[in-house]
Design a protein around this ligand. Structure first.
Ligand SMILES: Cc1cc2nc3c(=O)[nH]c(=O)nc-3n(C[C@H](O)[C@H](O)[C@H](O)COP(=O)(O)OP(=O)(O)OC[C@H]3O[C@@H](n4cnc5c(N)ncnc54)[C@H](O)[C@@H]3O)c2cc1C
Length: 291
């Protein structure tokens, strides 16, 4: 089955877009892990229509109820990749879904990885994209930093270039759901202290002072973010945000972005507004391109 619209992210931007696409009779699938940054906001008093402060959690729950009342469904899966081949292919750890249009509404990733020298070796052995840089590590010893399915999928991708791939979780408990992939890799759960090397990365040093030699490290910490999708697909970005036009469309036709991932004034009202604009333009795109 090919969906008209797949919306990645069930925060204000994604749900707002889905309200429009569903009410225009578009076959819509919302995929989201339910980890909106809004859940961290205890009192919101600058969003239209509430005379008293409302919690972020309540706002999110009401939005999801509104979507479900209109017949929408939210799939609780982590998206690990998007490809375009005639139509869009949206991959999760469990399934692959196809659609004519896709909206990235994944918010802005706020992962603070406290490992010394991480920035220093970016582009010098530290990479954020296996598809882009895996080729440089043919036959070499590489690590993937992460603990979720996204890390597992990056590690699996790297097997095309080398069979020496270790996943480093940096003290996090693994949250892998793909049992068939887990056995392929060594998993190291030690806390990492620093990356070291002369001009390029040469080793990982752990908090217990032990070390491991490595030629490269791929960062896949937490869920795949808008920037990870952008790197793999060639979506134009600026300052860690996706660049969109006035229709919320990226440089790839049929692929839209809305909310915090576009980096434009990170507020609920903006996310909801951008979601509405994206939804409307996805509808127009589907009507113009549906065969
Ligand atoms: C502490 C705090 C207080 C705030 N207070 C206010 C306030 O008072 N007023 C205001 O206007 N704004 C406030 N904000 C900002 C507001 O929360 C954001 O602007 C808004 O939530 C952005 O919506 P979004 O839909 O773009 O992203 P998010 O709300 O972050 O939603 C993104 C969704 O995408 C999902 N997702 C991410 N990656 C994947 C993946 N790979 N696969 C599947 N799903 C994925 C997440 O689980 C999440 O559900 C606050 C933010 C914080 C942190």
């Amino acid at each position: 089955m090919i969906y008209d619209c797949i919306i990645i992210g069930n925060g204000p931007a994604g749900i707002s877009a889905a309200l429009y696409t569903i009410r225009s009779n578009m076959k819509t699938l919302v995929i989201g892990t339910g980890d909106s940054t809004l859940k961290k906001a205890s009192e919101i008093e600058n969003y239209y229509g509430f005379s008293e402060p409302i919690s972020g959690e309540k706002l999110i729950n009401e939005g999801e109820k509104q979507l479900k009342r209109l017949g929408g469904t939210i799939l609780d899966e982590e998206v690990i990749g998007i490809d375009k081949e005639n139509v869009f292919h949206v991959k999760t750890a469990k399934n692959e879904y196809q659609a004519i249009t896709v909206l990235i509404a994944t918010g802005q990733k706020r992962v603070n990885i406290r490992i010394q020298n991480l920035k220093k070796y970016e582009g010098k052995g530290i990479s954020y994209c296996s598809t882009c840089d895996g080729f440089f590590y043919r036959g070499k010893k590489v690590g993937v930093l992460g603990y979720k399915d996204f890390a597992l999928s990056e590690a699996n991708e790297l097997l095309h270039f080398t069979d020496d791939v270790t996943i480093f979780t940096n003290g996090q408990k693994t949250e892998f759901t793909q049992a068939d992939l887990v056995g392929k890799f060594q998993i190291n759960e030690k806390h990492i202290s620093s990356f070291e090397g002369e001009d390029i990365i040469e080793k990982i040093v752990f908090e217990d002072s032990s070390e491991t030699h490595l030629d490269g490290v791929f960062i896949a910490y937490g869920s795949a973010s808008s920037i990870n999708f952008a790197l793999k697909m060639g979506i134009v970005t600026q300052d860690q945000s996706i660049v969109v036009d006035g229709n919320q469309e990226t440089n790839i036709p049929g692929l839209y972005a809305a909310g915090d991932c576009t980096g434009i004034f990170k507020q609920i009202s903006v996310a909801v507004g951008q979601g509405a604009i994206a939804g409307k333009n996805m509808i127009d795109y589907v009507r113009a391109n549906r065969k």
